[in-house]
Structures are given as C-alpha cells and as structure tokens.
Design a protein around this ligand. Sequence first.
Ligand SMILES: NC(=O)c1ccc[n+]([C@@H]2O[C@H](COP(=O)([O-])OP(=O)(O)OC[C@H]3O[C@@H](n4cnc5c(N)ncnc54)[C@H](OP(=O)(O)O)[C@@H]3O)[C@@H](O)[C@H]2O)c1
Length: 307
Amino acid sequence: MQKILIIGNKGMLGQELVNVFKKDKDYKVIAWDREDIDIAKEKEVSKKIGFTKPNIIINAAAYNAVDKCEESKKEYEIALEINGKAPGYLAKSAKKNKAVLVHYSTDYVFDGEPEIPEPAGCSHSCASCSLHQGFQPEVGFDEMAKPSPISNYGKSKLMGEKEVAKNTKSYYIIRLSKLFGKPAIGEGAKRSFFDVMLEAGKKNKEVKAVDEETSCFTYAPDLAKKTKEIIDAKKPFGIYHIVNSNPCTWYEAVVELYRQVKMKTKIIPVSGLEFPRPAKRPFYSVLVNTKLNPMRSWKEALKEYLK
Ligand SMILES: NC(=O)c1ccc[n+]([C@@H]2O[C@H](COP(=O)([O-])OP(=O)(O)OC[C@H]3O[C@@H](n4cnc5c(N)ncnc54)[C@H](OP(=O)(O)O)[C@@H]3O)[C@@H](O)[C@H]2O)c1
C-alpha cells in the first residue's frame, strides 16, 4: 500500500484528489490543509513530513489571489513564500523521505505570446509559401516552452517550479489553467467562473464578458483522475500540461454555459479594457499537451458539473 499525503485538501482541486485516491484501496490517504501544516514554514514541513513518511506528496495548496499580490508588496511577499519557496521545502522533504512530489502550476507562467510553429522545411516566418497550405499547427505553449511571466502571481508560481526542480528529481509539475469545479471549503475559497456567471445571468438581463484570454478550462475532477493516472503509470518525471480540450475566451465560455442551462440573458463581448484589473493576464495561454492522451472537451465536463 502507498501512503499518499494530499496538502490543500480543502481547496477546489485538493478535495477532488482526496475523492479519487480514497476510492482505490491501494492508497492510504492522509489529507492536510492549513490547520495541519503551514507549507511556508520549512522546519514544520521537514518535521511533519519526516514523521508521516509518505510515499507520495501532492501539493495542491497555493496562494491564488492574482490581483491582490499585484497591488500589495506585502501580499506579493506572502505569494512568494507559499507559491515560490514552500514547494522547495516540500521537494527537499520528499527527497529526504524518498517520496515522489506532485506540484501544480499555471499557464500564467507564460507571457501570452506563443511562437507560431512553422511547417517542416520552412525556416522563415513567411506564412505564405506552399508548405503552409493545409498546415494547422496547435498554437500555444508546450511543456518545453520558455516561461516568461507578466504578473507577480505568475512569477511566484515560476519560482515554485524552479525550487521543485532544484531540490528533487522525483517530481511531477502539472500546469493547468482556468480551474472549475465544486467551490473550495477553505477560508480563502473562491467560486469558479461558471458559478459567478450563472448568478450574474439570473440577476441581470445582460452581462458583459471579456472576449480575450484564450486558454483551456480544467475540470477539477478530470485533473484529479489524470494526476492519479500519471502516478499509477509511473510516467517519466518532469513537466506535464493537463487541461480540458477546446480553448476559448471567457465570452465563448459564457455563451456555452447559458446555452447549456437555456438561459436567455444577453451576453455582450467586450475587451479586457472594460474590466481593468491590477494584474496583467496572458492574452493567449493555451497549454499544449504533448505527453498524455488528450482530455475531453470542457463543454462535456461542464455538462457533468451542471448536473
Ligand atoms: N484556480 C485556478 O483557476 C488555477 C489556475 C491555474 C493553476 N492553479 C493551481 O492549481 C492548484 C490548486 O488550486 P486551487 O484553486 O484548488 O486552490 P484553492 O482552492 O485556493 O485551495 C488551496 C488550499 O491550500 C490552502 N493553503 C494556502 N496556503 C497554505 C499554506 N501556507 N499551508 C497549507 N495550506 C495552505 C488554502 O487554505 P486557505 O483557503 O485557508 O488559504 C486552500 O485550502 C494551485 O497550485 C494553483 O496555483 C489554479
């Protein structure tokens, strides 16, 4: 039997990870959140993990207040502690205890301007020679793409990735984007975009939605299952991109949401400039997965969620 420690079990993803692993008798699940451990305290992490001796550690704990840590220096310092340094403490403890570490990161480590792939044989960006005919590359950021964050949150998450890779070899860093699912039960719980837009659609005759920030939704139960598949299959260590398929903008997502629930509220596509926010978001941050079987479309996952 494998002893698996899930940290951040009250979070949106953490609760689904617990559900998935608890169903398998080959795993003994230990679930911790903020009241059980502060991952930003190195000595506490070393002591508690040393005492528990898990075979696998999954870190689903994070600081996710993207705008807050852009506005306030103090908040950014907290983000650096939790997202940046703490994953390194977990990695050190994982290595010491011969455990595998699973850690989650984000599309926000990228700047939103992916390189456009060229067809084989075309070395210049002409986009018009005969080699381009019928060539439909998947545009986005694959696991090897160079991160270049444009927000403090993105910088803190990239620091976490580097700290993990520096401190252990036995790691999976899983990048995801636009997580949705049952709301978290922790103190800092945020509702996901679809819940917010459902409520807005019920209260208003029309809603505005930003027709930008193309990326992929990630359904928390799908991500939890895929995480287990990676662990069970003992996939090679390294970086993975796990998202539901069919990239879209926020506006396109609301159109599909209201279609599925038959809501008549008018949806107006707007530019991001209509909703100025402190932190910059990548304009286009599709995570391209080259290592795993693709996941189902987010539209199918949404149907399941709405049930
Ligand atoms: N949500 C998204 O759209 C999104 C997008 C891309 C990547 N991700 C990544 O996906 C992962 C899971 O995100 P999520 O949305 O499921 O997170 P979440 O719902 O915010 O849950 C995180 C949990 O970790 C706890 N926590 C925070 N700081 C801690 C600390 N120092 N020690 C122990 N526990 C602590 C939180 O407690 P409190 O509530 O009390 O703070 C919360 O219960 C994270 O790595 C996140 O960065 C999320």
